[in-house]
Design a protein around this ligand. Structure first.
Ligand SMILES: Cc1cc2nc3c(=O)[nH]c(=O)nc-3n(C[C@H](O)[C@H](O)[C@H](O)COP(=O)(O)OP(=O)(O)OC[C@H]3O[C@@H](n4cnc5c(N)ncnc54)[C@H](O)[C@@H]3O)c2cc1C
Length: 453
């Protein structure tokens, strides 16, 4: 097995011999990637999360910002969630709604900081955070007829890269939500292999090829072996900046879901009957939302978790890398390795900077990760990795940190936490969002069962 600084010279000396000695290919892959980069002693960030945008970027808002009505007294008035005809007719949702009005209509003494008459918003579940976890939770709650309000501090989903791999379980969940086909249609084409290469550069023969089926091939395998040993759905490559706007647009179509962007949770209190959340809009107006339950899906720097005093434990700042998003229209068709030009998803470079290149869902965008000092260095690393003469543009660049952290608890009374708010993992293997989607689905049916009976 190869470790740390010894790995690279030995790999260069006899790569194939060393690599075959690893045994299981995924383990080998993981070990090479994790062990070869220099560890750094890093200052702790106030964010706590492993995705920490620090520098400015060329963000592109993907959708218009929904507006909120504001009263003259500056208390925010969110329109009550729409009740479906079934609910009105006394279906499960309707009964819960009536119960809910009884329970949360009058906040307990001391729970809200504004006069009772101004507490104009009430909902069954307040979801904080419009990342993939909060949006998935809102969609599942909405499909179950639970009235919920999702608030997100950003104006709109951002065109910034983060995850790109939905694993098989997440795709099974999206299928159950009735959105699997839409996720696939927005993601990478089904015929493109998901192979991984370990390379010195894209212009040289690869050191190692880890073949992974395309979605088409995986589906054929699943059809051919219907013995329960394979997942119902294969994985899907879809960039987070594609997935988030899609999930948002789906959540917005659900009658019992209200989605509010440009709305930040500032603090909250809870009592026996519910949670009172104090929120602020981008224009500095503020308001109160009363909910039976609050779900903090507010990411690695979760203010909900911090206010509850729940600690994350584990390993902070294992490594700091830079991630740059490149647009390069010709690269996909010109990469000489692989089963045809450009047909792979990850290229890990066996260098001392832990460099790796990831194809995004459009096949026109690529992210490059590398341990370098400055944003500008990322262009040099891109050229060194790609080697080919191609036209490209660097659209964004940000540092990010790898952490392995887990919260002590996922709940305090009527407040729950999910996703990066409670666990931060290294993205190798694509676990962060996928784990969070699992949290969301687990929380959703339990909240629905409690609220709807
Ligand atoms: C480089 C990289 C690659 C990755 N690749 C993968 C992958 O392939 N597969 C995978 O599963 N995971 C991957 N991940 C991890 C994945 O991106 C995260 O796990 C995922 O984004 C977590 O989702 P979330 O909804 O919990 O949190 P976030 O995506 O962080 O969303 C939290 C949201 O809450 C909002 N928010 C925060 N505070 C407030 C507040 N007070 N009021 C209102 N809104 C608030 C934030 O603006 C944000 O939109 C990767 C991460 C990185 C950095």
């Amino acid at each position: 097995m190869l470790f740390g600084g010894n790995a690279l010279p030995r790999l260069r000396a006899n790569p194939r011999l060393q690599l075959t000695a690893f045994g299981a290919r995924d383990r080998a892959f993981f070990e090479i990637i994790l062990c070869r980069a220099p560890r750094r002693q890093l200052k702790r960030s106030t964010f706590g999360g492993y995705w920490q945008p620090i520098l400015g970027s060329t963000n592109r808002p993907a959708e218009p910002v929904p507006d909120m009505k504001l009263e003259r007294n500056m208390t925010m008035v969110v329109q009550p969630n729409v009740i479906t005809p079934d609910q009105k007719a006394g279906g499960a949702g309707g009964r819960a709604d009536a119960d809910h009005e009884d329970r949360v209509g009058a906040p307990a003494s001391g729970a809200a900081r504004v006069p009772e008459s101004r507490v104009t918003v009430d909902t069954q579940v307040l979801v904080v955070g419009g990342g993939p976890v909060g949006l998935t939770l809102a969609i599942d709650l909405g499909r179950r007829g639970v009235r919920c309000t999702l608030i997100e501090q950003k104006e709109a989903p951002q065109f910034l890269p983060k995850m790109e791999r939905c694993n098989a379980r997440t795709m099974e969940i999206f299928r159950r939500l009735g959105i699997g086909d839409r996720v696939r249609a927005a993601g990478l084409r089904a015929d493109i292999p998901m192979d991984v290469y370990i390379v010195l550069s894209l212009a040289e023969p690869p050191l190692l090829h880890l073949p992974y089926s395309s979605v088409e091939q995986a589906r054929a395998e699943i059809r051919a072996r219907n013995d329960g040993s394979l997942p119902l759905e294969p994985y899907q490559l879809i960039s987070q900046y594609t997935l988030e706007p899609l999930l948002k647009s789906i959540a917005e179509t659900l009658p019992s879901v209200t989605v509010r962007y440009s709305c930040q949770l500032e603090s909250f209190t809870q009592d026996d009957a519910g949670v009172t959340a104090h929120v602020r809009k981008a224009d500095a107006t503020s308001g109160t939302i009363r909910a039976a339950y609050l779900a903090g899906c507010d990411g690695g720097s979760s203010m909900v978790r911090k206010q509850l005093g729940i600690r994350l434990r584990g390993e902070y700042n294992l490594l700091e890398l830079r991630q740059a998003l490149f647009r390069c229209d010709e690269l996909f068709d010109r990469i000489p390795i692989g089963n045809g030009p450009g047909k792979a998803r990850h290229y890990h470079v066996a260098d001392g900077e832990a460099t790796f290149l990831i194809m995004q869902d459009s096949t026109r965008h690529f992210t490059l990760h590398s341990v370098v000092e400055r944003d500008e260095d990322m262009k040099r690393m891109f050229e060194r990795t790609v080697t080919l003469q191609v036209k490209y543009e660097m659209l964004a660049c940000q540092p990010w940190r790898q952490n392995l952290l887990l919260a002590d608890r996922y709940r305090d009374g009527r407040v729950f936490l999910a996703g990066d708010a409670v666990h931060l993992v290294i993205p190798t293997g694509g676990l962060g969002m996928n784990t969070g989607v699992g949290d969301a689905i687990d929380l959703s049916w339990k909240l629905a069962a409690t609220l709807l009976g």
